[in-house]
Design a protein around this ligand. Structure first.
Ligand SMILES: Cc1ncc(COP(=O)(O)O)c(C=O)c1O
Length: 392
């Protein structure tokens, strides 16, 4: 009879049959999967047969999230990753190589710009940052080396809304592919593949998860494009954790409800802040004063505009810092898309890579505050944020 340790390891590894399927997807907390022979493993590692070999390659919990996101984005396939940045990195490296160029919005998430300036530059991939709300500027920027036009459905943090359908038509006519970061809208408000995007990426850390308790990312597109991105991810090692995929699956179940409440809360807060003492401007796509309000109404589902807004305070950076120190219901923290309202100062956090000139070009001032409206009672939020913005 084998010794106790041998028996314990075997006994504790037996996976029970579950004839009645669980209501929730189990967390497959395993790095590796037992195979029958060397041929099976070799084929699994090449994705030449269905199944799983090693969690860096694939995992059933991750696969469940991939299938769910593909379905909700109207895509053939999806790939989930360790973070939004891992998805962005895999998407870009699967489409560009040394000598190529990517065109990105000036008002892009700071992490995407930092990736372009560090990892991509070192790899010989150039980038050009332009105002992607200006169709002529986009047409002028697409050159012979351009392989990808990068867009954000709603930009971080200035909330510029991208006309994906028009820009995708232009890009495709020049042989350029379009990737859209759909993090701010989430799959509940927009499906950019239907407007012509070739790949859509998400930070699932944000609205998909929705509770500030996970890190994850995803990209969706055709089976061929997703397989190419998986090839990058497997070798670069940016796989999702099944624990975090479980939380993302749980988040997806309430995403529509949360986006509805984020949107109604945000519209009420933005309306109250507009013209409140100390507030110079509020940029929220749900407000008629927003430059792309009509486009937002057209492309965002159900007339909702999500929970993100940018706030310009009259007193610049000093006023912004005082605002952050005064909030009580809202939490001063980076990140977004969660049940709690989060406020941050892009110039010193998500966009710290930009100097004042670049901040201005991206539509931000040194005192711009990014607000991610949560699901709290709206009267409490209005009192908190209007009070914090007051100059006295
Ligand atoms: C629009 C957008 N895309 C991508 C990311 C990166 O996501 P992660 O922090 O999950 O890597 C963020 C993070 O703030 C974001 O706001």
């Amino acid at each position: 009879m084998p010794g106790f340790s041998t028996r314990a390891i075997r006994a504790a590894s037996r996976v029970p049959d579950a004839p009645q399927p669980p209501v929730n997807v189990p967390i497959y907390a395993t790095s590796t999967f037992e195979v029958a022979d060397a041929e099976e493993l070799a084929e699994l590692l090449e994705f030449a047969r269905p199944g799983h070999s090693y969690t860096r390659y694939s995992n059933p919990t991750n696969e469940a999230l991939e299938r769910a996101l593909a379905e909700l984005e109207g895509a053939e396939a999806a790939l989930v990753t360790a973070s939004g940045m891992a998805a962005i990195h895999a998407a870009i490296l699967s489409l560009l190589r040394a000598g190529d160029e990517i065109v990105i919005p000036r008002a892009v998430y700071g992490g995407t710009l930092a990736l372009a300036r560090t990892v991509l530059e070192r790899s010989g991939i150039g980038h050009r940052a332009i105002d992607t709300t200006d169709g002529e500027a986009v047409a002028a920027a697409l050159g012979p080396r351009t392989k990808v036009l990068w867009l954000e459905t709603i930009s971080n943090p200035t909330t510029a809304v991208a006309d994906v359908a028009t820009l995708a038509e232009l890009a495709h006519s020049r042989g350029v592919l379009v990737v859209v970061d759909n993090t701010f809208a989430s799959p509940a408000l927009a499906n950019p593949l239907a407007s012509g995007a070739d790949i859509v990426v998400h930070s699932t850390t944000k609205y998909v998860g929705g509770h500030s308790d996970l890190m994850g990312g995803a990209l969706v597109g055709s089976a061929e494009r997703v397989a190419a991105a998986r090839g990058i991810l497997v070798n670069a090692g940016g796989n999702a954790s099944p624990w975090d995929s479980f939380l993302s699956l749980r988040g997806l179940k309430t995403l529509a409800l949360r986006m509805e409440r984020h949107s109604t809360n945000a519209l009420a807060v933005a309306t109250a802040l507009q013209g409140a003492p100390g507030v110079a401007a509020v940029r929220y796509p749900g407000l008629p004063s927003h430059p792309q309000h009509e486009l937002a109404c057209r492309i965002l589902r159900g007339g909702m505009a999500g929970g993100m807004m940018a706030l310009e305070l009259q007193g610049g950076r000093e006023h912004g810092e005082r605002f952050l120190g005064r909030v009580g219901v809202a939490v001063h923290a980076t990140s977004l898309g969660s049940v709690e309202t989060l406020v941050s100062h892009p110039a010193s956090s998500s966009h710290r890579q930009l100097d004042d000139v670049e901040l201005a070009a991206a539509g931000m001032g040194p005192g711009t505050i990014r607000v991610s409206i949560g699901l709290e009672d709206v009267e409490d939020l209005i009192a908190d944020l209007v009070g914090a913005a007051s100059p006295d």
